[in-house]
Design a protein around this ligand. Sequence first.
Ligand SMILES: Cc1cc2nc3c(=O)[nH]c(=O)nc-3n(C[C@H](O)[C@H](O)[C@H](O)COP(=O)(O)OP(=O)(O)OC[C@H]3O[C@@H](n4cnc5c(N)ncnc54)[C@H](O)[C@@H]3O)c2cc1C
Length: 495
Amino acid sequence: MTSSPGCSRTRPLRLQQVQRWDIETDVVVIGFGAAGACAAIEAARAGAKVTLFEVAAGSGGTSALSGGEIYFGGNGGTPIQRTAGFSDDTEDLFKYLMLAGGPNADEAKVRLYADNSLRHFDWLVGQGVQYKNSFIPQRIVEPTTDDCLIWSGSEEAWPFVEQARPCPRGHTPQFMGMGGGRYLMDVLTQRVHDAGVDVRCNARALALIADEYNAVHGVVVRIDGSERCVRARRGVVLCAGGFVMNREMVKRHAPHLLRSQHPIGAVDDGSGILLGQSVGGATINMSEGFVTLPWYPPESLIKGIFVNEQGQRFINEDCYHGRVSQHILQQRGNRIFLLVDGASYGEPEFGKFANIEIGGTGETWEEVEKELDLPEGTLTATVALYNRYAAQGRDPLFRKAAKWLSPLVQPPFVALDCRIDHCFYASFTLGGLDTLPTGEVLNADREPIAGLYAAGRTACGLPRWGAGYSSGMSLGDATFFGRQAGSSVAARSSG
Ligand SMILES: Cc1cc2nc3c(=O)[nH]c(=O)nc-3n(C[C@H](O)[C@H](O)[C@H](O)COP(=O)(O)OP(=O)(O)OC[C@H]3O[C@@H](n4cnc5c(N)ncnc54)[C@H](O)[C@@H]3O)c2cc1C
């Protein structure tokens, strides 16, 4: 057992304090989710001796809880996109991802991903991940079958549709039902073992080991109750997930996410980010997060309109459910309603699970307004204005596409209750360590920290703006930039 006095995830162990190396390797990967698995595979295949530490009893992390959906496209399209009749231009993927990344989108990462997304698809298929050649044209959250391609973002909605030619890009692996993330992780886990990676589970990374210049030389790990000093000759890759489960960190950096009472993730306690910060790693976009209420399908509900407790609309409802929910969270007040008429109503598929209930009904919108106890004339004025323009196939206020516009005139009228503190608004964080596309972690001066890499939600990657998030962006980022980090660290000369 090695003594490592005073060190923690916020305070590195200094190199001169290391009494002996308990384990020596070329590359240490921390975390066995999608990012860690891909980093380990690439580093090992490049010839590095790789040791992977995972705090849980096995692989998976949040990646295994996920739908396994990945955002692919460009270069003419994946075979599935092409079979479905879509030709996806790389520049359209690039423009979409830039817009989806928000005001601080990382152009270098977006460019690399857009140019190589198709090759990355082929790489995953090469690892054994199977995709059925099928497309579901209806707007859904995630296939409940083993089908593949869906519209998983806001591609057809304003303002995205004005910037980039729309194309469906959400690819879910061939796995029956929801939860393809476990399948994805099982395939990647097998490849990690095949590549000869030394996997140590039930092993928590406690602190980095760094010299006086903050160059990283290893990591302190607790295995079976004992602290071990692990030397990483070429570097350490942090792939320990985000911080949504660390409510103190959420409070400090992304307090608006506290309105979502359903943080989703496995560990996500921020330890990867804190470890990076302990040696001067800078963080960016820490206030950003993904939040969603799965309010559709059925897609007919998209013909409804959302109003806040002032009875006002605030978004074009044909956006991705996450973008709509992001705007919901920004509303003053807790009460949110989705207004639908007899023609557009359908029972929300995830209604029971998401606690979406009927909040009011009526034969007229006046009755609904009264039942909801909204200020007289507010909801009715909103509906009247919407209906007037919808009848002309227009939405001058929020630019909802004509396809989803039809006046809400057929009784009975229904207000679905989407209260923020009552319904299942799920969230996870998007901010993290500032990294180069190589995975190198940057300090506040944007200089790389020697020997330190990060990927997945420990880093701030492609998805970095809640209002632009699209399903598949996080795993696309984690797998692709996990690979980048693995290749880069393996190519580094021994420290
Ligand atoms: C229900 C759900 C559905 C989702 N669906 C999708 C989807 O379809 N598509 C998509 O793109 N995204 C989806 N996401 C988001 C996506 O799953 C995650 O953002 C992504 O998996 C993050 O991958 P990661 O490798 O960074 O982290 P993780 O997969 O969480 O891996 C991190 C690993 O690090 C380990 N770890 C943490 N701290 C330490 C430590 N100190 N020492 C050692 N090990 C440590 C953890 O145990 C974990 O195994 C979904 C999320 C949820 C919750």
